[in-house]
Design a protein around this ligand. Sequence first.
Ligand code: PA5
Length: 474
Amino acid sequence: MNQEWKNSMRLRVDMNNMFDDYVGSGNGIAAGDVEALIPALKAAQKSLQAARGTGMLGWMTMPYEQEEIVADILDAAAEIQANFDTFVVLGIGGSALGPTAIQFALNHMRWNELPKEKRNGKPRLYVEDNVDPERLAALFDIIDLKTTAFNVISKSGATSETMSQFLIIRDALIREVGDDWAKHIYATTDAARGNLIKIVKAENMRMFVIPDGVGGRFSEICPVGLLPAAVCGIDIRAMLEGCAFMDEICKNDDLFQNPAMLGAAAKFAAMRKGKNISVVMPYVDCLKYMADWYAQLWAESLGKKFDRNGKIVREGQTPVKSLGVTDQHSQVQLYAEGPHDKFITFIGVDRYRNVMPIPGAYEDIPDISFLGGHTQNELIQAEQTATEFALLKQEQMNRTITLPEVNAFTIGELMYYFMMETAYTGELLNIDAYNQPGVEEGKNATYALLGRPGYEAKRAEIEARPAKSDRWII
Ligand code: PA5
């Protein structure tokens, strides 16, 4: 990958339609709104760059420091490919959304349905991120445990959902393959903290480390995301190069040279103008799960009750997942004519991976025949432009991120772009973008309800809730 090729793969962020000049006075932001943030952003850049690789900014050095880990991952991937035909991720939140997003973005859309030779001999991939009792039962109906490997991913090594899945799978494997059961499990967890590491050591399982300072939603570019991707043949080195390429761009502290910084500034200014909803709408089907991954990153990082000084601020912006063109027929009516409380991020591509010509027919029905001779590529891109135009007419803020094409490099770029944008926005909001106390409360309440030792006080607190009134249950 030479520099010229990398430059040709640079993503573009067009923010024109966020500004008053385009979107209409009053419903956008002004240039002065983002310019006023320059001092704060310079300070944010200074502290982020000074702390890169330390504290909770471990993810910022991940694009560079993983050569040995990548070699180990590729070795494990080869072992898995040689011995198993199915690979199942057990994880939730940051331990599941990334692997799903990457697989759908970079591999065949119907990967699991392809015959093995069309998958180049690589395993099928399933990501099990829920505990609905139907879910694993359905999985058992379509996999053969003898030829299935599982990747238990948990940073904390304590998450009930993932651990419950592990216990069920372990039991099923013991019954099916006996003493060899642990050879079917690959764990990805913290090197020291949590209980999963204890099990890994006791059972002598192969494991990968989630490094310190890499929280769940920032972990896609460590073994959490890299192992499943490598197992399915994705070029993880190219992904990391894409991250590094974007990281270099984001080292610039000139607001107008750093797209993640400008994105954060514009989004922050928009939030302060009451845009409380952030819709992400890829016009690229294979990026639809990227919108899920973004939703967690944005929601969990920025949705905070307290700022860093302990003041109640209740910050955050609600992310909404949308898909072009599908959701034009479901959500765009609201985005166009509904309240001016949101902005939309379109994600498009210059070149789709496939060209689908539309054959001509029915010359006597002009309303259909006009499509003939075009391609679906032209149609989807026209619809993206048309939706952008329609929203602009309604003074609805939007912006467009364009990838030259979807490949491992540009996906690395895109994910790193969103992580940096989130980090800058966290700095502007003066909140801790790397914790999730609201999620922990629910986790602890679950432990209490299921009788985990040490959670008796939480149980008492839950039981002390006011009794429900029958009036409101009908
Ligand atoms: O972003 C996060 O930190 C969370 O979404 C976690 O990824 C999620 O709660 C799962 O946690 P763990 O990986 O510890 O099982």
